[in-house]
Design a protein around this ligand. Structure first.
Ligand code: V0D
Length: 263
């Protein structure tokens, strides 16, 4: 099935096997966004505490960051903690809030070395101070890097982000800096926390859930979606390549006809 869709640039034969599709290096998504789901389920299957799944999921973050960089992806956005995640048991939240420090303590030198720039979106004002400090330090240490942008969505909720954008624009109107008639889509796009980033080309959600869970609602308007049953700790280079192969198959032009015109 999949292999029928995947061809090399010249149109000749395809992948060696289903796990390692042949990718068209000229059609790599610029921005890939991932909802990293299934860490708790991964742990449960092994009779481990949920935090063991989160810890294993952190290793997958490193693996996928490296592969995204190798493939030439420019922006990787990872949904690490939603505004809804505060409802989890306190010990679990406390463990999660230590992960950025552990991740950066281990991998920041590697990120600097690989020219990766760390960024974040979300409400970082209300993170525990130790968490906020670790992330701020990483953003500062990588601010001049111009390679892959590794963008963590932390304490992020899309409706809150849009609400804040609307509030800032309303203020500009109230203070007569702009007129209401001047508000357009690009102004709203520019007032979001993703203003400097291209829109995601591909959204991946792991672990079989098929919903957006308040993630980048405005930004995903034209994004291709790919869902997999694979749990985040089991996600790997091959799965990322499979997602990109599907993205490429969907984006392929048939007989010179634009994809918008093929229906
Ligand atoms: C747990 C799966 C890396 C999702 C991945 C606090 C749930 C592992 C980070 C991280 C988490 C965040 C910011 C940063 C560097 C690393 C992370 C959280 C959860 C939420 F600058 N993994 N990771 N943050 N998990």
């Amino acid at each position: 099935m999949l292999d029928k869709l995947i061809r090399k640039k010249g149109g000749e034969a395809k992948a060696e096997n289903e796990d390692r599709p042949v990718l068209d290096e000229t059609v790599i998504p610029r921005h890939v966004a991932i909802i990293m789901d299934g860490n708790g389920r991964w742990a449960k299957k092994r009779s481990l505490p949920r935090i063991a799944g989160h810890h294993e999921g952190m290793k997958t973050v490193r693996k996928i960051t490296r592969e995204a960089d190798r493939l030439g992806i420019k922006v990787l956005t990872l949904y690490a903690f939603s505004t809804e995640n505060w409802k989890r048991p306190k010990p679990e939240v406390e463990f999660l809030m230590r992960l950025p420090e552990e991740f950066l303590g281990t991998y920041l030198p590697e990120l600097v070395e690989r020219n990766v720039r760390v960024r974040m979106i979300g409400d970082h004002e209300h993170l525990p101070p130790h968490t906020g400090r670790a992330i701020t330090r990483a953003m500062e240490a990588t601010a001049d890097n111009d390679g892959l942008i590794l963008n963590f969505a932390m304490n992020y909720g899309s409706r809150a982000e849009i609400t804040e954008a609307v509030r800032s624009i309303a203020k500009a109107v109230a203070e007569n800096r702009i007129g209401a008639d001047e508000i357009d889509e690009s102004m709203i796009t520019g007032a979001l926390m993703t203003a400097e980033l291209p829109e995601p080309d591909l959204l991946i959600r792991t672990s079989g859930e098929v919903r957006l869970s308040n993630f980048m609602l405005w930004q995903l308007a034209y994004t291709e979606f790919w869902f997999t049953d694979t749990l985040w700790p089991d996600f790997d280079e091959n799965r990322l390549q499979e997602a990109i192969a599907v993205y490429q198959a969907r984006n392929r032009r048939y007989g010179g006809v634009d994809k918008e015109d093929t229906d």
